[in-house]
Write a protein that binds this ligand. Sequence first.
Ligand code: AMP
Length: 607
Amino acid sequence: MEKVIGIDLGTTNSCVAIVENGSPVVIPNRGGYKTTPSMVAVTEAGKRLVGHIAKRQAITNAENTVYAAKRLIGRKWNSPQVKNAVATSSYRIVEGPHADVRIVLRDKEFSVPEISAMVLQEMKVIAEDYLGEPVSKAVVTVPAYFNDNQRQATKDAGEIAGLDVIRIINEPTAAALSYGFGRNVEKTVAVYDFGGGTFDISILEIGAHGVFKVVATAGDTFLGGEDVDARIIDWLVSGFKDEHTIDLRQDRMALQRLKDAAEKAKCELSGVKETEINLPFIISSGRNEALHLQRQLTRQTLEELSVDLIERTIDICKQTLDDAKLDKDEIEEVILVGGMTRMPKIQEAVQGFFEREPCKGVHPDEVVALGAGIQGAALIDDKQEMILLDVTPHALGIMTFGNVFEELIPANTTVPTHRQKIFTTSRDNQTAVKIIVMQGDSQKADENELLGEFILSGIRRAAKGQVEIEVTFEINADGIVSVRAKDLETGLEQSIQVTATSGLTRDEIKAMVDNAKDDLLDRRSSDEIEAAKQEAQKLIADIEKLFPQVQQIVASSDFGREAIDKAKAVVEKAKQAIDRKDLAAIKEQIEGLSRTQRMFKGVVAKT
Ligand code: AMP
C-alpha cells in the first residue's frame, strides 16, 4: 500500500514522519537532522537552495533568502502582518496581481505558496530517499487558528509541490494524536503550542477507542519565536544606535546577522543565565572604519523583553478554557509543543496558569509531524480505529447591510459541518444577489477576514420576496469552506467556489505545478551530477598522486608507457566530462578511472 507522509510545515523548521510497522517515525534528512529549516534561497548562479543549505548561506545572501514564509501565507497585501513583515524582513516583499503577497528572489517574483511548495517538495524528497519509492500523498498540518485563506493557500502549496494533500489537520490536534496514540488514555488535555511563528491552544477530550475530540481552540497566527527574536533585535539595534548613532536596520546583511545572533542567544538562554552576543565588523562607520557589536544578554533581560508576548499566550489560554466551559482543574494533562516551549519562563507561565506540571513525554519539535503521519496512515487503513473530530477556529458568516457580520457557523463548531440560509430577493425582477462570505470573530463585518464574494446570477424574474434561494455554507474536515446555492422552486443548483481575492487562480497554480516539476527534475539531476563528480574527482586525485611513482616503475617498458598514456587519456576525458556536467559521460569515465586506480595501486604495492 502506498505510504502517506505527515508533514509539519513549520514557520522555522519542518519535519516529516510516517507510520512504519505500526509505529510513527520521524524521517531524518540527508544530513541526519530530524528537522529541516523552512528556508529557501536562490544563489547568484540561479540555483535554488532549501533547508540547512539555504540557512548556512543566509548571511551572505540575505536579500535572496526567505525565512518564515508561513507568516505571509494566505495573507493580503494590505494586512498589518504583511506591513510588519515588509518593514522587518531582509528579503523583498512586494504586492502581487491579486492584492496578494509576492517575494522577490534574484529579480523573480514568487508567490508565498510557491515558496512553501519548495519546502514541501524538500520534505517529499527526504521521505522518498528514505522509502526508496515515490510518495504522492500527504497530510499537512497548519496552526489551528489558520483561517480559510491560509488553509487554502497551504493546500495550493501542496499541489504545486506535486503532493495530493489528502487532509489538512491542526497542529495541536496532531500533537494530541501523537500523545494519545496506542496509549488508550481517556483524558481532557490542553495542547499549548508555541512555535516559531504562531501560537495555538487546543483543548481536547481523548476518549476510549481512539476518539480525539477537540472541544475548543484559539490562537494567534502572528505570535511566535520570531517575535521574541524581534524584541532582542530591537534591543540590540537601539543600543547600537545610542552608542554609534547608526541604524543597523538599513543594512540587510547586518539585519540577517542580528536575526541569527538573536535567535541563537534566545535558545542559549534556555540553558544558561547569561550569554554574549558578539558580531564583529557588523557595519562600517562611514569613515572607513568597521564597527563591532558586543553585548551581554541575561535571561532576566530576555524575560523582560518578552513578558507581554508570554502574557498574551496565557490570556488566550484563559479565553479557550471559557469557550470550552471548563475549569483549569478539569484539564488532566498539559502538553507542550513547539520550540519556544523550551524557554524556562514559558514553562513556568504555563505551569503557573494550569497549576499543573506539563507533560514531559513528547518531543516538542517532532510531535506534530508524528501526529500527521498517524493521521495519514489512519486515512488509508480501514482497520485503524481512530476518530478525529476537530473544530473550526473562527465563525463563518456573511456581511449584511450596515457592516453587520451575520454568523452562520459559530467558532468551535465540530467540522465537517454545514449550515443553510434562505435568501429572498429584495427588488422586483431582481436577477442577481451578491453574497460576501467572511470569517472572523468580530460583529463588525469589515474587521473579519474576507474569504470571497460571489454573485448569484440568473435568478428567475419575479416580484420581490418571491424568489427563495437556499445557500449552503460548508466547512470540510480540512477546515476549508465551500458554498452552494439552490433555487427552492425550480431546484436549480449552483456550486460556488469561494475564491479569496488574494488566492492564486487555477491557471497560476497549474503553471507553478509545471515549474516546480521542472525544478525537481533539475535538482534531482544536479544532485546526481554532484555525487558522480565527487566520486570521479576523488579517483582522479588518487591516480594523480600515484602517477610519478608508477611512471618511474613502468616507464622502461612499451607496455608500461602505453598504460600511462591510457591512464592520462582517461583522466583527461573524465575532467572534460566534469567540466561539461555530463552525467552519463562522468559515469562512463568513473569505470575507467576505477580500473586505472586499481591498476596503479597494484603496481605500487608490488614493488
Ligand atoms: P517550531 O516552530 O516548533 O520549530 O519552533 C521554532 C521556534 O522555537 C523558533 O523561534 C526557535 O528559535 C525556538 N526555539 C528552539 N529551540 C529553543 C530553545 N532551546 N529555547 C528557546 N527557543 C527555542
